[in-house]
Write a protein that binds this ligand. Structure first.
Ligand code: 6GU
Length: 285
């Protein structure tokens, strides 16, 4: 809970100083690499890497497929800060802890945040390997009381009651779709609603039907908390879900059970397409 974090602003400043002392880069774009998508860091040039383990107060990723470091450098000519690996609520961290890195990136000067994740497809027209541009989200934990802004509001981070009616920037969604078309990705590009549950257990078939009924196209275990904190600060957000498996909707369904290995495999296969897409979009910013 943010309530226990009364000097969070000082902590964020201190972490930023630690980072800025180790690099000459001054990023304006932040990118969070989801499960299996950390290879995006491979195409960053002139890079400086700072492991989360060397940063005081920082939560450390405990999951396979997440490296756990900041990478600062040039992506297609733009100065970026990339998170190779994020932490999740299911690891036991609080929403305050898992979103601390977002506040750090914003304090470093980030004006646009690109979030990526691996997700299960709920929309029946989605295939494994599809890339979904996120147009909106459903934050189940947030609706149920685990909003990352719960607690005393420090106005230096943003207002008490931020609007989320424009959580995902419309013009960035359009840029993403246009760029995907230019790259010849139209056959596997989707645009939809991402829903986050806490995890680490995947959903039951009944839960998948429920989420589908309320308008979710894909389901995962991350991202929404980071987006809330970014929008609190007025930072623009663009999000992508890589559909790594299709959700099982019932006994008669012949989709196979979700498993972490499949999630990692699909990430590997589509990662270079995802890299090209994100890099091309960053180049247009
Ligand atoms: Cl099917 N569900 C959730 N919650 N997260 C996922 C997933 C499914 N596939 C990849 N990540």
């Amino acid at each position: 809970r943010r309530f226990e974090f009364s000097h969070e602003f000082d902590i964020v400043e201190e972490i930023c100083n630690t980072i800025l002392n180790q690099t000459k880069h001054r990023p304006t774009v932040g990118i969070i690499c989801g499960t299996g998508l950390s290879s995006l860091g491979d195409i960053v040039e002139d890079k400086d890497a700072i492991p989360y383990g060397k940063i005081k107060h920082f939560p450390k990723s405990t999951v396979k497929g997440h490296i756990g470091q900041f990478v600062l450098g040039l992506l297609n000519g733009k100065t970026v800060v990339m998170m190779q690996g994020r932490t999740h609520l299911y690891e036991g961290y609080s929403v305050g802890e898992i979103t601390l890195p977002v506040r750090v990136m914003i304090h470093l000067g980030v004006k646009t945040l690109i979030v990526t994740n691996a997700a299960g497809g709920l929309n029946r027209s989605y295939n494994v390997g599809d890339i979904m541009v996120i147009k909106d989200h459903i934050n189940l934990a947030g609706l149920a009381g685990e909003n990352p802004l719960r607690g005393v509001n420090d106005e230096r981070f943003g207002p008490r009651f931020p609007a989320l009616s424009d959580a995902y920037d419309r013009s960035l969604v359009k840029t993403a779709i246009d760029t995907a078309t230019e790259l010849g990705y139209s056959t596997f590009m989707q645009e939809g609603v991402y829903c986050a549950q806490v995890g680490p257990a995947f959903e039951t078939p009944a839960e998948c039907r429920f989420l589908s009924l309320v308008g979710a196209d894909a389901v995962g275990m991350s991202t929404v908390h980071e987006v809330v904190v970014a929008r609190h600060a007025g930072v623009k957000v663009l999000g992508f879900s890589l559909i790594t498996n299709v959700a099982v909707m019932g006994y008669e369904d012949n989709a196979s059970a979700a498993n972490h290995q499949e999630v990692l495999e699909t990430g590997k296969q589509r990662s270079s397409d995802m890299q090209k897409l994100v890099s091309a979009i960053v180049g247009k910013m």
